[in-house]
Design a protein around this ligand. Sequence first.
Ligand code: RP5
Length: 171
Amino acid sequence: MSSPKVAMIMGSGSDLDVMMNGIKVIKGYGIEYEVRVISAHRAPDAVGEYARAAASRGIKVLIAGAGAAAHLAGALAAHSALPIIGVPLVASSLAGFDALLATVQMPGGVPVGTVGVGKAGAVNAAHLAARIIALSDEGIARKVADERASQIDKVVHMDGELQERLAKEGL
Ligand code: RP5
C-alpha cells in the first residue's frame, strides 16, 4: 500500500460529517489519504508530533477542519512547512464566523490557506489539495482537468435546460 499524500485532520469526531464531503472528493481523485482526529486544544503535543513527522512520511498537503476557536490549522502550520489548508466549521452559536477568523487571521510568515465555512469549504480544500498534488503528478493533473471540464458541461447543460424552459413559457 502506498503512503498517504493528503492528510485530513479534524479537531473532533463531531467534525466528520462535514469533512466527509472533502474526503469523498480526495478519494474520487484516487489520491492516497489518511483521516485523523487531533485536537489543538485537547491534545496539543500530538498535533506537534504529527505535523513534524508529516513531510518525512510522504504527506504533501495537510487539510485541517475545526470549529469554534479553531486553532488546528494554525497549530499544524506552527510545526510544519507543508501547505496547510484550513476549513472553518460551524460548531458554536457564532455559526462558523469564530472558526473563520481563528483560521484565516494568521500572523505573517505562518501561512494557512483558508477556504469557506462548512461543506463547500471541505469540498474546495480537497480540490485545492488535488491541484497542489497535480503540480508534480501528471495523472492527478489529468483528473483535475477532467473535473473542470465536467463542471463546464454541467453549466452548459443547465443553460440549455433554462433556455428550453423559457421558450416553453414564451419568455
Ligand atoms: C473544535 O471544537 C472541534 O474542531 C469541533 O468543531 C468543536 C467542538 O468539538 P466537540 O466539543 O464536539 O468535540 O475544537
